[in-house]
Each structure stands twice: as C-alpha cells, then as structure tokens.
Design a protein around this ligand. Structure first.
Ligand code: C2E
Ligand code: CA
Ligand code: CA
Ligand code: CA
Length: 275
C-alpha cells in the first residue's frame, strides 16, 4: 500500500510539472506572438427559438501559433491574464469583432467575452468604449459577457466598470451562471441585462429532474429581475424542446451551429432569412 501511495504521489508530481512546463511554454510563446496575425475570432449564433432568427453572434478567440499549433482559449486566456497580456489581446480582438459587426444586419448583435482583468482596469474599459464610439456602431448592438468569478472577486470595481458601460448603453450579460459560488446575493446589485445559464445544467436537462428544476428557477429569477435568459450548450433537439417548455427563448449550441469563421456568417444569416 505504501509503494502504491508513493507511486500515485510521483505520478501526480510529474503531471503537475508537465502542466507548469506547458503553461510557461504558452506564456513564453504568447509574449513573442504577433497578436494581430496569430489570433482570430470565430462566431457562434445565439438564436431566438421562437422566430428562429439570429439575435447575436458570440465572438470566441482562436490562437493558431506557428510554434505550438492550435491552443485552446481555456489554456491561453488564463495565461494571458496572469502575464498581463490580456488587455492588449482583448483590445486587438475587440477591434476585429467591431469591424465584423459593421458588416452585419442592424438587428444582429455582437456578444464579446471580457476577462476579470479587463473589467478590473478602468483605463482598459475606457479604451474599449473609445473603440466603440469611433467605430460608429450603435452601442446597443454590443453585449459584453463577464463571468461570475470576475464579478465576485472585485465587486466594487466591477460594478463601477459595468456602470460606465451601461452609461454608453452597452448591454452586460453574466456568463456561466450557476457554475461557481452562489450568486443570487449580488445578481440584483449589478446592472445586468442578460444571464447565460451554464452549460453544465443543460447537458442533463432532458433526463434529470433536478437539472430541470434548477433551470426553471433560474428562468423565473430572470423573469422577476426583468433580464433576458440565454441557455448555452444546447446540443440536441430533445434538450431544445425541454428548454422551450421551461420558458427559455434564447439558445446557443451545436444544435444550431458550431462557432464559425467570419467568412461563413453571411451564408448562415441568409439561411435564416436575415441578410
Ligand atoms: P464561454 O464563454 O462559456 O464560451 C462557450 C464555450 O462553449 C466555447 O468554447 C464554445 O465553443 C463552447 N460551446 C458552444 N456550444 C457548445 C455546445 O453545444 N456544446 C459544447 N460542449 N460546447 C459548446 P471555446 O470557444 O473553447 O471557449 C472556451 C472559453 O474560453 C469561453 O467559455 C470563454 O470563457 C473563454 N474565451 C473564449 N474566447 C474568449 C475571448 O475572446 N476573451 C475572453 N476573455 N475569454 C474567451
Ligand atoms: Ca461567453
Ligand atoms: Ca458561457
Ligand atoms: Ca465557460
């Protein structure tokens, strides 16, 4: 038993070291990366399931590194945050997203992810606001997604950042709702327009009564607070029908489309009779 235990410990250490090595490799590579050239956005539609029209596209970052190949945002976003590169990356990506948005129909919005570090830095937020103002797109067409952890960590600063966005008529969504510490206590204190229910509740919604109850109560909460509710990670027709019966109107997931390159957005909109 003793040697087995030691074996496990060694295995754990080796895995841990591999993680640290790959994180520092990502960090080194990221420091020397050409942010403009190596990073792109793909776009995933958020659907109004009643009209089957696209209400928005969520922009999702992709990194194709000449040295590392494709790296997932789950791997490079945390590294970019820790190493102080996130603000520059966010600004560069947001400029690309804004110019994409300029080419879309007026009734289609852009949903863009902000990290904790972005909303914690008032100067960075002011720069983002400047990009919007000089682009000429209506700020009402922009939705920023922020996670619960981002909001919890620095509630006062985050609140101030969000208020300054609100002043410009930019909408704010809380992302990954329900995944993490319970948030009901501060949801009503923040100027939120939308709430995205975490994908983990959707995976079993068709088969698990407890998941259904949770989704139903979040939908009720949104109705009471008068904020729109979006469900993400909808993969099957069955999930979609159950979610509709629970009162969900806005959905996103592989059932409708995977995230797509900008070049495919026009054809997708055309197929939805929106061009
Ligand atoms: P997120 O904001 O929760 O984005 C949704 C993730 O779920 C995306 O993964 C998307 O591709 C994936 N997804 C969408 N529909 C389905 C589905 O039906 N089933 C399943 N299993 N997955 C689905 P992705 O693109 O790998 O992004 C992962 C995370 O990285 C995002 O989670 C977000 O937190 C972060 N991220 C991505 N782009 C950016 C960015 O530009 N800025 C910041 N700060 N974070 C980003
Ligand atoms: Ca998101
Ligand atoms: Ca999410
Ligand atoms: Ca997530």
């Amino acid at each position: 038993a003793k040697s087995h235990h030691r074996g496990t410990a060694i295995l754990f250490t080796a895995q841990h070291e591999t993680d640290l090595r790959s994180q520092s490799l990502i960090e080194q590579t990221l420091r020397h990366a050409d942010l403009e050239a190596e990073f792109e956005l793909v776009y995933q539609p958020i659907m109004d399931v009643t009209s089957t029209k696209v209400v928005a596209f969520e922009a999702l970052a992709r990194w194709d590194s000449p040295h590392l190949g494709r790296v997932s945002p789950m791997d490079f976003i945390p590294v970019a945050e820790r190493s102080g590169l996130i603000q520059e990356l966010t600004r560069s990506l947001f400029a690309k997203a804004l110019s994409a948005l300029e080419g879309w129909p007026e009734d289609v919005a852009l949903s863009f992810n902000l990290s904790t570090c972005d909303i914690a830095a008032p100067a960075a937020m002011a720069q983002m606001a400047g990009l919007i103002t000089s682009s000429g797109v209506r700020p009402e067409r922009i939705l920023f997604e922020v996670t619960e952890t981002a909001l919890m960590r620095d509630c006062a600063d985050a609140r101030q950042s969000l208020m300054s966005l609100k002043a410009l008529n930019i909408a704010i969504a809380i992302d990954d709702f329900g995944n993490g510490y319970s948030s009901l206590s501060y949801v009503h204190k923040l100027p939120l327009d939308k709430l995205k229910i975490d994908r983990s509740f959707i995976a079993d919604v068709a088969t698990d009564q407890a998941c259904r109850d949770i989704v139903r109560s979040i939908v009720d909460l949104c109705r009471n607070l008068r904020i729109a509710c979006i469900v993400e990670g909808v993969e099957t027709q069955e999930q979609m029908l159950v979610l509709r019966s629970l009162g969900c109107l806005f959905m996103q997931g592989y059932l409708f489309s995977r995230p797509m390159p900008l070049a495919e957005v026009a054809a997708f909109l055309k197929a939805c009779d929106q061009s």
